[in-house]
Every structure is written in C-alpha cells, then in structure tokens.
Design a protein around this ligand. Structure first.
Ligand code: HEM
Length: 413
C-alpha cells in the first residue's frame, strides 16, 4: 500500500524557497520528520529529497534522468546548453570520460603549479595595497590559472574576464539585471571560445595536450563525430567557471580559520591527514551548491511513496551534509569527524554523490581539493594578514554565499 507524501501546502512555495534558501528543504524535513515531501515550485509539483538514502535513489539512473530537468534560466547562465549536466546513460558516460581525460595526476599537478605561481604574483601586488577584498582578488587568481590550464583566453584583460566568468555562477539564482548580465556574458564567452575551437581544428593554433581546449576540440562522440564548436565552448566553460567558483570555498577557508582560532593553531603544524580533514569539514559545513534537479524517469515506489514519471525532483546537498542520521552535532565545526571516516559516497555530497566516472558527481572534485590544500597552506604559512572588524555573517538565502571579506596588512611570511 502506498501513502500520500507529506506536502508543503500553499499554491506555490517559490517565494518561501527564495526566503529560506539553503534551509528550505531541511526545515520541511524537520517539520514532517520525512526525507521526502512534495511542494510546488515555479507552478510545478516538485518532490524534495534529503539524506544519504534519498541521495542514493536520486543517483539511480533507472529512476531519475537529467534531460529536461534544469530550468532554462540556469542553462542560460550557469550550465550552458548541450553540456554534460543534461545528458543521461551512455551519452553521459562518454562525455564524462572526456572531462576525466584531463584529470590525471600529472595534469592536476600542472594546474597546481600554475595556481601557486599566480598566488605568488598576486601576493606581490597585495603587499602594496592598504586593503583588499579577498573574494574579488582570489577570483582573478583562479581565472588566470584556469585559462592557462584550459589553453584559452590568456591574453585577455583579466580583470574584465574575471567579472564575466564570475557572473555565470553569481547570477544564476538572481533575477533582473544581474541575471541578464550573466546571460550576456555567457553568449560572449561561448562565442569567443567557439572561435578558438575552430582555430584549433583549422590548424591555426595548437594548444597543449592535455588541456580542455585540445582534448575537447578533438573529442569524438559515440558516432565518431567531433562535437559542435558551440558545445565544446560550453564544456570548456564547464572547466573555467567552476574553477573560478572555488573563490567561494577559499573564502570559507579564511572564515573558518578566523572563527576557529584553535584550528588555526593546529593547522600551522598539521600533517596531511588533518589538513585534509579540515578541508572536508569546510566543504561539509559551509553552503555552496544548494540542490540538484532531476526528473522521475519511470513511475516507481520508494518508502511507500509513489514517484510519478516526469515529476521534477530536488536533492538537498546542504541538508544531506547536515543530516542528523549521518552527522553527530551537524552544525558544529569539527574536522575530527573525518578521522577514520567511512561514510558512503552519498552522505557527504558538497560536489554531488556517487561515482565520478559513471554518474554526475562533480568532474572537478580533485581540482577543488588541490585548490583548497594549496590555498590553505598559502593562507597559513606563506602570508600574514589581518581581518579588521566587519560583518562576517553568512546569509542563508544568498546563492552563492560569498562574504566580501576585507583583509589588511598583507605581508609575505
Ligand atoms: C567550488 C567547488 C565546486 C563545487 C561546490 C562543485 C559542485 C558540483 C556539483 C554539486 C555538481 C553536480 C553533481 C550532480 O549533478 O550530480 C557538479 C558537477 C560538475 N562539476 Fe563541479 N563543483 C566544484 C568545482 C568544480 C571544478 C573545479 C570543476 C572543473 C575543473 C567542476 C566541473 C564540474 C562538471 C563538469 C560537472 C558536471 C558533471 C556531470 O554532469 O557529470 N566542478 N559540481
């Protein structure tokens, strides 16, 4: 026998989700004491899921598909059209392999070298300034490193390019002019990269192998055809944009060190294992990517609830990383919880769950871990800075959520 899903009543709860932001699904989960409930968003019946078991279901390709799930406004800014995020089945695995072809140990080390070099150059500049807005500065460092790594746009006015790339993720959840700026910048960037793809194919330029521009330009689909240049451009931006978005995570490192002075002391002499635990805890505690969307593929029943084909479904990432079934005192910042941690790939999902090659889990998770490790070492061992009195509260309904921390008295160590 099946039951009715608990339901957040109301004609439409879009306004509520905008108001509660990262907390919306968690709040309803507590209210109904259920990891599944239904609501109405943007005029559509929508199922919300949270927690490890629900995440495992969400990643079952027989139950959910990505095609037709992402709203147009997200494709116009964040994702682009025709990219890996909206593919399913074999077509997805084949495209994903293209991404993973640039994620070898050696190529990750190459990225790391570029990133370190850009950090050192930036520090020379910061030393000469009275104050910096760290988020803005680090975004530019990441834009430079990512473009060098991807083999594109390095000759550009980097300040402007950084703003253009950042609007792709900063504007995704906005409305009005910021959203339109995101769309405009996406069109412009895609057009420029498409031109570079054509130049690669015409033999005018020869980017290094491996690099996103090289590997993606010469990637063949399942029928043996090269991808449309527009699609290559979308996928190259699927490398650059999220690397720049790591500025949000690096900002969280600064916040975590500032809010937990004992941790700062520990990190100064920490071994690799503790450093990694600290980084995992930052990724678990702080909010970034709020939830994922998919569509029910065929009718199925789970926990006595019927999931109807075609129903839009959200998986709560923030809530799963704070779910009381998986995490003791989920709101406490405690890197020790990751010592000998044997969690499943579905309980800790800041960058998605499951398998990197077979499913949609973030293709750049290892790049992110490199970036965070290098940044943490840089912040703690290579530079001195002070954080003057300022409002460092995180708002839970701004997506993304990157406080513009002001740093002063910046010096090399
Ligand atoms: C700020 C750090 C990052 C966060 C929080 C993040 C988060 C995510 C999330 C939540 C997904 C969706 C997983 C799913 O749909 O199941 C994803 C997918 C993806 N990410 Fe990341 N990501 C980050 C960094 C990166 C980096 C550095 C890259 C590339 C170098 C990258 C490339 C991708 C790609 C290509 C996908 C699509 C994968 C697929 O659909 O199969 N991400 N990311």
């Amino acid at each position: 026998m099946t039951h009715e899903m608990p339901r957040d009543t109301g004609m439409d709860n879009t306004f509520k989700i905008l108001k509660d932001g990262y907390m919306y699904i968690m709040n309803q989960q507590e209210r109904f004491n259920s990891d599944v409930f239904e609501t109405r968003l943007l005029g559509q019946r929508t199922i919300c899921l949270t927690g490890e078991e629900a995440a495992e279901i969400f990643y079952d390709e027989n139950k959910f598909q990505r095609e037709g799930a992402a709203p147009n406004r997200i494709k116009e800014t964040l994702f682009g059209k025709g990219g890996v995020q909206g593919l399913d089945g074999e077509a997805h695995k084949h495209r994903k392999a293209m991404f993973m072809s640039i994620m070898s140990r050696e190529n990750l080390q190459h990225f790391n070298q570029l990133f370190k070099q850009q950090l050192r150059l930036a520090l020379n500049k910061w030393e000469r300034k009275d104050e910096i807005i760290f988020y803005k500065e680090i975004r530019e460092v990441l834009t430079r490193a990512s473009c060098l790594w991807a083999g594109v746009l390095v000759e550009e006015d980097m300040d402007k390019l950084t703003d253009e790339v950042a609007t792709l993720f900063e504007s995704a959840a906005s409305v009005g002019p910021p959203h339109w700026a995101g769309r405009m910048n996406r069109n412009k960037l895609e057009r420029r990269i498409k031109g570079l793809v054509e130049d690669v194919r015409n033999g005018k330029i020869d980017p290094p192998e491996p690099s996103a521009l090289y590997n993606f330009s010469w990637h063949q689909d399942l029928d043996g055809n090269y991808l449309e240049p527009e699609i290559v451009a979308v996928e190259v931006l699927n490398i650059i944009r999220p690397i720049v978005a790591n500025a949000v995570y690096i900002n969280f490192l600064v916040l975590a060190l500032h809010k937990h002075p004992d941790e700062l002391k520990k990190i100064k002499t920490a071994d690799d294992e503790y450093t990694k635990m600290f980084i995992q805890e930052v990724r678990r505690v702080y909010p970034f990517f709020p939830f994922l969307v998919a569509v029910v593929k065929d009718d199925f029943i789970w926990r006595d609830f019927t999931f109807k084909e075609g129903t839009l479904t959200l998986l709560d990432l923030y809530g799963t990383n704070h779910h009381p079934k998986s995490w003791d005192n989920p709101d406490t910042f405690n890197p020790e919880r990751f010592r000998d941690w044997s969690g499943s790939p579905f309980s800790f999902i800041p960058q998605g769950g499951g398998d990197h090659y077979l499913g949609h889990r973030c293709a750049g998770e290892w790049v992110t871990l490199e970036i965070m490790k290098t940044s943490l070492d840089f912040l703690v061992n290579q530079m001195d800075y002070n954080i003057p009195e300022q409002d460092l509260n995180l708002s839970m309904n701004e997506i993304p959520n990157a406080p513009e921390i002001e740093l002063i008295q910046i010096r090399k160590k």
